[in-house]
Design a protein around this ligand. Structure first.
Ligand SMILES: [Zn+2]
Ligand SMILES: [Zn+2]
Length: 400
């Protein structure tokens, strides 16, 4: 069995990992687009023979979750190669991309490509020739995210994708690895926090409690967070309900939350059950009620939300996503910088595993080799394990 990280050994995001059996069956895990660097520049994208050009030479692409740095290059994959993603992830990604297509950021042919994605759920095992892939559900800032256990030639590899253990479902991640994975030969592990400052990582529940306090003390609350960070929205929603504030979203966000309510069996994600929980779909006839009773409203950095910030100018603004967006010079980042008021309150916690969580996964899976990816300092993994294998992009590693 061979492992090759085509990209992602020395950067956060843009991950493309390859697994090849002795017989020569090749699959890809994640097909991420590059994230902008600190100056906002995005490096040119790569082309891979047999994957994005030439004669197809890969049997399948498996996507861990719908963040652009893991799925962004889907439209470059040769049409003969199937792309697999979680069933709910596919629907959420489709909703987001459909919204973007209305603003002409996404082309119709790309929506058709998304419609062609094959899906799996937590109960599935997928067999691609002599390779078996088992998805393991994880906790991350994207809903319906997975690790993949990949088995071939009598060997086991666990590819973690992005994950964490300090979210609402964090503890279940370690239990699932214990139950469904156990010992592996090789662990391919995300290392985002090896360099990012991760002192005092809040749990999602602690964040909810802090939000509750802010909402209690302030009448008009706007919250900026990713529209697909469902666990964050669940925490904000719960905080709003606990202090009896109207929780308001626009149509797009409401549709997304209603979809999650419908498909999820967990009571964590019951946004609109028609009884105890409610999401208000914004309409202009609600303005009097909003003025009288106060509210919590989810916003995105776009001109549709600017009038609300002006209308309720004595508002509190909560910034609930990565602070890096407020620093970079990228065009998308600039939009956020112009939108966010100077006196924002920062209330966020990472979607990524702390070094302690990575250490726990290493202990449970007891691998012979640990390959760090999705990190800006791969050498730092050596502080957590003596089994580190430090690869460069494109370098092959054979698991004997
Ligand atoms: Zn990522
Ligand atoms: Zn991610």
């Amino acid at each position: 069995m061979k492992v090759k990280v085509n990209r992602g050994t020395n950067q956060i995001g843009g991950c493309i990992t390859e697994i090849e059996s002795e017989k020569g069956t090749k699959i890809i895990i994640d097909i991420g687009a590059n994230l902008p660097d600190s100056d906002g520049k995005v490096k040119p994208e790569i082309e891979l023979e047999g994957l994005t050009k030439g004669k197809p030479n890969y049997k399948a692409v498996f996507v861990t979750h719908y963040h652009g740095d893991h799925i962004g290059l889907y439209n470059k994959i040769l049409p003969e190669i199937p792309i697999y993603i979680g069933e709910i992830s596919k629907e959420i990604y489709n909703m987001v991309q459909t919204r973007l297509s209305k603003a002409n950021f996404v082309e119709k042919k790309d929506l058709e490509k998304i419609a062609s994605f094959k899906t799996f759920t937590i109960k599935d095992k997928i067999v691609i020739d002599d390779i078996k892939i088992t998805p393991i559900a994880v906790d991350h800032s994207a809903f319906d995210s997975y690790m993949f256990l990949i088995e071939t030639d009598g060997k086991k590899v666990l590819h973690t994708g992005d994950f964490r253990t300090h979210g609402q479902r964090g503890k279940a991640v370690l239990e699932a690895i214990r139950k469904y994975v156990g010992k592996v030969d090789c662990l391919i592990c995300e290392g985002t926090t090896l360099t990012r400052d991760n002192t005092d990582v809040l749990t999602e529940f602690e964040l909810q409690k802090k939000a509750e306090k802010i909402f209690k003390e302030n009448k008009y609350n706007f919250v900026l967070c990713s529209s697909t960070n469902i666990d964050r929205i669940a925490a904000i929603h719960k905080a709003a309900l606990n202090v009896h504030k109207m929780f308001i979203c626009d149509n797009y966000q409401c549709n997304l939350l209603e979809y999650i309510t419908k498909i999820s069996r967990s009571r964590l994600y019951k946004f609109n059950d028609g009884k105890n929980t409610k999401v208000y779909r914004y309409a202009s006839n609600m303005l009097d009620e909003m003025t009288d009773y106060g509210f919590v409203m989810l916003v995105r950095a776009n001109p549709n939300f600017e009038p609300f910030l002006k209308m309720f100018n004595d508002h509190t603004f909560i910034y609930s996503q990565w602070l890096g967006y407020l620093k970079g010079k990228n065009e998308d980042y600039k939009r956020i910088q112009e939108f966010v008021p100077k006196d924002y309150i920062y209330l966020h916690t990472s979607g990524h595993a702390t070094p302690e969580a990575i250490k726990e996964v290493i202990e449970i899976t007891n691998p012979e080799y640990v390959i760090p990816i999705h990190t800006e300092d791969k050498e730092k993994i050596k502080e957590l394990t003596d089994k580190a294998v430090i690869l460069d992009d494109g370098e092959e590693f054979i698991i004997k």
